[in-house]
Ligand binder design. Structure first.
Ligand code: S3P
Length: 174
């Protein structure tokens, strides 16, 4: 795996980062870290509470601060929140010691997977609004997700299949 010691999963909400990341960490014997969970632990607050009371900008700053700490550790599979890939500063820190893998899916797939969702950015009045938000936000973010070292489309794969694809890729670049 060259000298890079972390595997970083990026991608839209509902692309399968957490489940794939947990399974991958198990297979590699690495720690699994979810940036949202780390932010909640460090600040002793729920993501939803941060968004509601302080707004997205504050959330993004806390997210960057958490990533700065995580990026310095090794042997981790880091599952990032969907917005991380759009922040160059965060990605630069993660890239220094990490292989970046993007999980992608079609908006309709994301729509189905995020049904009954508690994520602040997808908490919309109705399904039409939610789908519209997914399509628009994904279009904005797609160019950032494309910068990954490896891109996996997860519409028709299981998390275990994603893991196999990632392991095969890592073997190939050893
Ligand atoms: C966000 C994605 C969420 C979380 C926050 C913002 C985003 O993480 O960080 O709600 O901007 O796409 P997941 O991608 O793990 O759902």
């Amino acid at each position: 795996m060259k000298n890079k010691q972390n595997i970083v999963l990026i991608g839209f909400m509902g692309s399968g980062k957490s489940i794939t990341g947990k399974l991958l960490a198990y297979r590699l014997g690495y720690n699994f870290i979810d940036t949202d969970t780390a932010i909640e632990r460090e600040n002793n607050r729920k993501i939803r509470d941060i968004f509601q009371n302080d707004g997205e900008e504050t959330f993004r700053q806390l997210e960057t601060a958490t990533i700065e700490k995580l990026a310095q550790k090794s042997h981790q599979v880091i599952s990032t929140g969907g917005g991380v890939a759009t922040k160059e500063k965060d990605m630069q820190m993660l890239r220094q010691n990490g292989i970046i893998i993007a999980l992608t899916a079609m908006p309709q797939t994301i729509f189905k997977r995020t049904n009954n969702d508690k994520r602040p950015l997808l908490a919309k009045k109705n399904n039409a609004d939610r789908l519209k938000t997914i399509i628009e936000l994904m279009a904005k973010r797609a160019p950032f997700y494309k910068k990954a070292d490896l891109i996996i489309r997860t519409d028709d794969t299981t998390p275990l299949q994603n893991v196999e694809l990632i392991l095969k890729y890592l073997k190939g670049i050893k």
